[in-house]
Ligand binder design. Structure first.
Ligand code: BTN
Length: 257
């Protein structure tokens, strides 16, 4: 594993731990959170053997081609009320860091980042809930940087890409990580404000477009037009008959961009 000190030392992290191979960085971060990790403690691995995504899906995490990391955040007073926004926090951080590389990324509700309408990153936020209270939130993120970590198309539910394919030139993974963490820190300052939801909506994929979606991961697909994300982090979709649905969980199946 490379020495990340030059990229991470000035970010005000609570600490960081790097690993060659782990099961899942989220597991390491959850355990570290229980043992008192400070706010903004970071776990980064070169590869994961049991990387996981939403709905218990597998997240392939080969070495040398992506960013696989988890951040431990200690919720500030009031922040836990805005739990769904922690996923958007990571997504907005990546969108801003990619803009610095000349790329226009979009956020596919609830937890993906897209480049050219294909998935380039996924986010998995977890917490140890104790008596309805979480004193550590773990924000896990996987970012495909080079082609080596894009899974074969026939194994995917949604088309995937990597940053280098979209950019057409090499990217320094660790510089990107540093930039994305510093953007996340900026967005965290406004996490509880209306400005945060405005930023989320301004980078939301498929806004005003017809989508096919499931209201719950195991439900039948439906169609509707994306209106935007509301303050509770729900995706508002207008059905053809005019009814407005607010998605709390669920997923978008087809991108008609
Ligand atoms: C998804 O698309 O469903 C979310 C994928 C999240 C993957 C990242 S990689 C780092 C962290 N560790 C994990 O096991 N999962 C997240």
């Amino acid at each position: 594993m490379d020495d990340l000190t030059p990229y991470l030392e000035n970010l005000g992290l609570g600490g960081w731990r790097t690993y060659e191979t782990v099961g899942s960085t989220n597991d390491i971060a959850l355990a570290w959170g229980e043992k008192g990790a400070a706010d903004w403690s970071l776990v980064v691995a070169e590869s994961q053997t049991a990387g996981r995504g939403r709905g218990g899906r597998q997240w392939l995490s080969a070495p040398g081609c992506g960013l696989w990391f988890s951040l431990v955040l200690r919720p500030l007073p009031g922040e836990i009320e805005y739990f769904p926004r922690f996923t958007a926090l990571a997504a907005l951080g990546l969108v801003s860091a990619l803009a610095n590389l000349g790329l226009r990324a979009k956020i596919k509700w609830p937890n993906d980042v897209l480049l050219a309408s294909k998935k380039v990153a996924g986010i998995l936020v977890e917490a140890n809930w104790q008596g309805g209270r979480a004193d550590a939130i773990v924000v896990g993120m996987g970012v495909n940087v080079t082609a080596g970590c894009v899974p074969p198309a026939d194994t995917l539910r949604y088309p995937a890409t990597c940053i280098e394919e979209a950019r057409g030139s090499p990217v320094n993974r660790w510089a990107l990580l540093g930039d994305l963490l510093s953007k996340m820190r900026e967005y965290r300052n406004v996490l509880m404000h209306a400005e945060f939801v405005k930023a989320w909506n301004s980078h939301l994929a498929m806004r005003g477009e017809q989508i096919c979606f499931r209201a719950l991961l195991d439900e039948e697909p439906q169609t509707g037009i994306v209106q935007g994300v509301n303050g509770a982090g729900e995706l508002e979709v207008r059905k053809p008959e005019g009814v407005l649905i607010r998605l709390v969980a669920g997923e978008i199946l087809i991108d008609r961009e």
